[in-house]
Design a protein around this ligand. Structure first.
Ligand SMILES: CC(C)(COP(=O)(O)OP(=O)(O)OC[C@H]1O[C@@H](n2cnc3c(N)ncnc32)[C@H](O)[C@@H]1OP(=O)(O)O)[C@@H](O)C(=O)NCCC(=O)NCCS
Length: 146
C-alpha cells in the first residue's frame, strides 16, 4: 500500500491530540518539541491514521500508532510504521522503542523484538507513555533502524 506521511503542528496537531485524548490514548504531551507526530493519507488523500516518534538523541519511542478502524487489515498499519521508521532514519535515530498491550504480533512482523523495559534509555523510561503503562502488562519492544 502506498501512503504519505506529513508532520502535524499547530492547530492541526492540537485537533488530533484532543481526538486521541478522548479515545483514551496517552497523548497529553504530544505538543512537546521532541515529539514528531505524523498524519498518514493515501495517494488520493484519504485519512489512514496517525503515529509519532518521541526522539531522544539516537533513540525514539513510537507513539500512538493508530489506523482508522475501517481501514485495518489491508496493510495500512505496516505502511504507516514503515513510513515512521523512514522518518526515524531521517532524524538520525538508530533504535526505536515501543510499548504495546495488544499488537505484539503486528510489531514482531515488522522486525521489533521484545525486550525488558529497564533496558530502555532513561529519557524513554521517563516518558508519558512509560508512566501510562507503569502498572500494565504492556510488552516493551525495540528495533534497530538501518
Ligand atoms: C495495530 C494496528 C496499527 C494494525 O494496523 P492494520 O492496518 O490493521 O495492520 P496491517 O493490515 O498492516 O497488518 C500487518 C500484519 O500485522 C498483523 N496484525 C495486525 N494487527 C495485529 C494485532 N493486533 N496483533 C497481531 N497481528 C496483527 C496482520 O494480520 C498482518 O499480518 P500479515 O502481513 O501476515 O497479513 C491497528 O490494528 C490499530 O490501529 N490498533 C489500535 C491501536 C493500537 O493497538 N496501536 C498499537 C500500539 S501503539
Amino acid at each position: 500500500m502506498q501512503i504519505q506521511v506529513a508532520q502535524l503542528d499547530g492547530i492541526e496537531l492540537e485537533r488530533v491530540r484532543l481526538r486521541l485524548l478522548s479515545d483514551g490514548m496517552p497523548v497529553r504531551d504530544l505538543i512537546r518539541p521532541e515529539v514528531h507526530f505524523f498524519t498518514a493519507t493515501t495517494e488520493t488523500g484519504a485519512q489512514i491514521g496517525w503515529g509519532g516518534l518521541e526522539v531522544h538523541g539516537g533513540d525514539a519511542l513510537l507513539r500512538a500508532v493508530l489506523v482508522n478502524p475501517v481501514l485495518r487489515g489491508i496493510g495500512a498499519g505496516r505502511a504507516l510504521v514503515d513510513a515512521l521508521l523512514e522518518e526515524a532514519a531521517r532524524l538520525k535515530v538508530t533504535s526505536v522503542w515501543l510499548l504495546t498491550s495488544e499488537a505484539e504480533g503486528f510489531f514482531s512482523a515488522l522486525g521489533f523484538a521484545p525486550t525488558h523495559k529497564s533496558l530502555a534509555p532513561p529519557a524513554i523510561r521517563n516518558s508519558e507513555e512509560f508512566a501510562w503503562h507503569a502498572d500494565s502488562h504492556a510488552v516493551c519492544m525495540r528495533r534497530a533502524v538501518a
